[in-house]
Design a protein around this ligand. Structure first.
Ligand code: PLP
Length: 398
């Protein structure tokens, strides 16, 4: 006998993985260059030079026992101190090493934070569609209940009236993700202010803190000079979950952090519970070498201009064909309205032209597809013919 829930989870591949695997099979049949795989959000731009240089320098200069050894559970002190200094300089805040807990990427940051905050099965976490599908898995794994706020398909900001109605005495927290996967939208200052006002009002009404978990793996992937604000300066009870998977193109190295600023209510208890959750989930410590690498690469990112070129190419190309696209301000996803109500069928039809686009049903937003543009620009150019054929298919069917 095995766990029924875990067996179900393991047996069911995500739609994204399903398409990605299908793409590999199809490439063997029709040739790699004839498959237009927009399924997965794996960075295609190499890590900046400082990553390679730091790895080489560290390997050559630091005692190998230290470089490959365990660090303290919450992460190397020097790394956390460097991180605090960098954040203070960038966001004009007042953080110390003790506010940071190093993790194995955003997925770990989220699972640890949710586990630390969940008291019992009556606790609820609110997520806002469209959302990263794994939130459902992470919240359930923490033993809490998921509450979904439907998407605002006009602006892809937050429907505050629906959020207000969903907050009750069981609400523990809400997860936001900006720049957003899959919509590419960055929450405006107005949205953050309204959200903060609402959460403050509701915290007072229920006489308890409502925690805002800000999932920020795309924080530096923004375009047209947009800046992602420091969320704790809008709302004090904010816990930031960060990752270097996207900003430094290091998804396989598993490195990120949780930030619990002093202004968070019960910050000490939360930090201690985070240490406990990391321990109970068996994370032990974040990768030692990559903790040191990120310290040396603080403030550096991969070359985002290349994603920006892809963004413009795809957005302009598809818009010209008549597709309704959400203009992305950040991340590397284009959110496109399906040409029929059933986006799963639409994605199936796209496969006829070897076009792999992800139906957004699992992101809580049926009727849309996600087109991931962290891909080779030449593939985008080659794919236009297939996008046109898909469009034409719907013309003839009408
Ligand atoms: N949160 C969002 C919104 C994501 O898109 C992803 C990965 O794609 C993650 C979290 C998990 O990131 P990581 O690779 O750092 O665990």
């Amino acid at each position: 006998m095995v766990s029924k829930e875990m067996h179900e989870l393991g047996a069911k591949r995500s739609v994204i993985r399903e398409l990605f695997e299908y793409g590999k099979q199809q490439a063997a049949v029709v040739g790699k260059e004839n498959v237009y795989d927009f399924s997965i959000g794996n960075p295609t731009i190499p890590a900046p030079k400082c990553v390679e240089e730091s790895i080489i320098e560290l390997i050559k200069t630091v005692d190998p026992v230290e470089i490959h050894g365990y660090t303290s559970a919450q992460g190397d002190f020097e790394v956390r101190k460097g991180l605090a200094d960098y954040m203070n300089g960038t966001f004009n805040c007042n953080l110390g090493a003790e506010n940071f807990y190093m993790t194995c990427g955003a997925a770990a940051s989220l699972t640890i934070t949710l586990k630390a905050l969940t008291v019992d099965s009556t606790d609820e976490f609110i997520i806002i569609a469209p959302y990263f599908p794994e939130y459902q898995v992470f919240i359930k794994n923490a033993g809490a209940k998921v509450v979904v706020i439907p998407a605002d398909t006009k602006s892809f900001q937050i429907q505050m009236n629906l959020l207000e109605e969903s907050i009750n005495s069981h609400t523990k927290g809400i997860i936001i993700n900006s720049p957003n996967n899959p919509s590419g939208v960055v929450y405006s200052e107005n949205t953050l202010k309204s959200l903060a006002d609402l959460l403050k009002k509701k915290s007072k009404e229920y006489n308890k803190p409502l925690y805002l978990i800000s999932d920020e793996p795309y924080r530096e992937i923004v375009y047209d000079g947009i800046k992602v604000p420091y969320v704790p300066s809008y709302y004090e009870n904010t816990i930031v979950c960060y990752s270097y998977s996207k900003s430094l193109s290091l998804p396989g190295e598993r490195i990120g952090y949780i930030l619990v600023p002093d202004c968070v209510e019960n910050d000490q208890d939360i930090y201690t519970a985070i240490c406990g959750a990391g321990r109970s989930l068996g994370y032990v410590c974040a990768p030692s070498l990559f903790q040191k690498v990120i310290l040396k690469c603080m403030g550096k990112t991969s070359d985002m201009a290349l994603y920006d070129d892809n963004r413009k190419l795809l957005y302009d190309g598809l818009s010209k064909m008549g597709y309704q696209c959400v203009r992305p301000d950040g991340a590397f996803y284009l959110f496109v309205k399906s040409l029929e109500g059933d986006s799963v069928k639409f994605s199936e039809n796209a496969k006829k032209y070897n076009l792999l686009i992800v139906p957004a049903d699992d992101f809580g937003c049926p009727g849309y597809v996600r087109v991931s543009y962290c891909v080779d620009p030449e593939m985008i150019k080659r794919s236009f013919d297939a996008f046109q054929k898909l469009k034409d298919l719907y013309k003839t069917e009408k």
